[in-house]
Ligand binder design. Structure first.
Ligand code: HEC
Ligand code: HEC
Ligand code: HEC
Ligand code: HEC
Length: 354
């Protein structure tokens, strides 16, 4: 028997309904964030907000420790970063780090428990560098993280590895393949660019290297205007990643009538600009140098180490952990004073040059 057309229509609608349940369920909330008629609004979905709230609760803080008594460096043999803490403060941080990074494995994840001073486990060496990285973020990059700051938990959330990290895509740059050159784009199912047909690896050029992101030419003439649509696609892929990581629309950072203008952009755009520079520094100064000590199962397809992007800390919300500060209970991670004095460039100062 051959089914009538109405059957096929009904069947197709059923497939569509089932397929669409993968999308966000309506209705959404919209809040106006700019002048009337400028389309400056933020769209949120209250059903997603619930699960985000659950994912962004912070663990209970440990009791403060006594800061008097001998320093860690006087008692222990191999402390290179945290020597100024009292022994009680030092041990409190060890307990916190265990909760934040290795709650299942405990101290033994980083330590040869027969000799805590021993550096033979790579995880301990990584953790020492991560401690310096966290302090640098909290001191030097206050222009991004504010007084809220970050701890190991901001990225790790009780896991050995942060759930959001990235590796260089092996075929992002491959030219002249059998099926033609995809120019690093047009592959389905890539989280980086929010499943669009944009370039699949916007991280390597912008969050590791410092390729120019700004693409809007300031002259109409082709001689003075070296910007291209292709370059624009890379910028858009990065913008998709940033929007998605923070769970916001483009208008969180831009006035869409003039994407390039700093004067017309909400302040969050300058914060994001600093975030890009912070992430580059973290990846180049702290994480990439750890590559040689990684076991093979920690490396990506091109032999690179897992790196940080906006999602590593933000995980879908505008301020990581909804702006709750865990740093205030761990002042030992706020970093050395000299880094607080670092002068950081402003986007406005660089606006004319890149
Ligand atoms: C995520 C990795 C990590 C975990 C988990 C961890 N530690 Fe540590 N531990 C370190 C690092 C890194 C140092 C070195 C700090 C420095 O150089 O300033 C260290 C140093 C020490 C030292 C000093 C040893 C010496 O003589 O030099 C002691 C004691 C110690 N840890 C105890 C503990 C205890 C107890 C636990 C479990 C409650 C623990 N650690 C869990 C990373 C870790
Ligand atoms: C900005 C985000 C971020 C922060 C903050 C951070 N980490 Fe990490 N951590 C990473 C990334 C990305 C990796 C993956 C790189 C790698 O494989 O070593 C990593 C890896 C590690 C590893 C290696 C785990 C393994 O199984 O290979 C340890 C241990 C670690 N971090 C400890 C810490 C400690 C301790 C702190 C706080 C003092 C901390 N991290 C803070 C991002 C972060
Ligand atoms: C979290 C803030 C943020 C979000 C969200 C965001 N942008 Fe951006 N955007 C920036 C920053 C910062 C720059 C400049 C980057 C630089 O120069 O390092 C930029 C640059 C751009 C540029 C280049 C402007 C020029 O001067 O040539 C375009 C175009 C752009 N964004 C479009 C978008 C679109 C489209 C979206 C939404 C998909 C979006 N942005 C979402 C912060 C953001
Ligand atoms: C090391 C963790 C970390 C990383 C990585 C990170 N951020 Fe942030 N970001 C923060 C913290 C913490 C805050 C909250 C600061 C505060 O409370 O004032 C923040 C705040 C922001 C804000 C301001 C939000 C608001 O409501 O005003 C923007 C915009 C932002 N980040 C964009 C980015 C972008 C874009 C990236 C990637 C290029 C990025 N961040 C990477 C930690 C991070």
């Amino acid at each position: 028997m051959i089914a009538r057309p109405s059957f096929w229509i009904a069947a197709a609608s059923l497939v569509a309904v089932v397929g669409l349940t993968g999308c966000e369920r309506l209705p959404v909330d919209t809040v106006q964030v700019g002048y009337r008629g400028t389309g400056m609004e933020q769209v949120t979905n209250p059903r997603i907000a619930k699960s985000l709230e659950a994912a962004n609760t912070v663990p209970e803080a440990l009791e403060p420790a006594d800061s008097s008594g001998p320093k860690a460096r006087q008692i222990y043999q191999n402390v290179k970063v945290l020597g100024d803490l009292s022994v009680a403060e030092f041990n409190r941080l060890m307990v916190a780090m265990t909760q934040w990074v290795a709650p299942e494995q405990g101290c033994a994840y980083c330590h040869n428990v027969a000799n805590f001073a021993d550096d033979s486990l790579y995880t301990k060496v990584v953790a020492r560098s991560m401690t310096q990285m966290t302090q640098t973020i909290n001191a030097k990059w206050q222009v991004h993280v504010g007084a809220t700051g970050v701890t190991c938990y901001t990225c790790h959330r009780g896991q050995n590895l942060p759930t959001k990290l990235w590796f260089t895509e092996p075929d992002a740059k491959v030219a002249g393949r059998l099926l033609g050159n995809n120019f690093g784009a047009n592959r389905a199912g890539v989280e980086a660019n929010a499943n669009s047909s944009l370039p699949i690896d916007p991280y390597t050029p912008f969050l590791l290297e410092d390729k120019p992101i700004r693409v809007i030419g300031d002259t109409a003439l082709p001689t003075g205007n070296r910007k291209s649509t292709m370059q624009g696609e890379w910028t858009y892929a990065l913008m998709m990643h940033m929007s998605q990581s923070l769970g916001v629309n483009c208008t969180f950072c831009h006035n869409s009538r003039a994407f390039a203008e700093w004067e017309q952009s909400p302040p969050a755009r300058a914060t994001a600009w600093h975030g890009i520079r912070m992430v580059r520094e973290v990846n180049n100064e702290f994480i990439t140098p750890l590559t040689p000590i990684q076991p093979a199962n920690r490396l990506g397809p091109t032999g690179d180490i897992g790196k940080v992007n906006c999602a590593t800390c933000h995980q879908g919300v505008g301020k990581p952990l909804y702006g709750q500060s865990m740093l205030k209970n761990h002042p030992e991670l706020s970093g050395p004073d000299h880094l607080l004095k670092t002068t950081i460039a402003t986007p406005q100062a660089q606006a004319k040059t890149n």
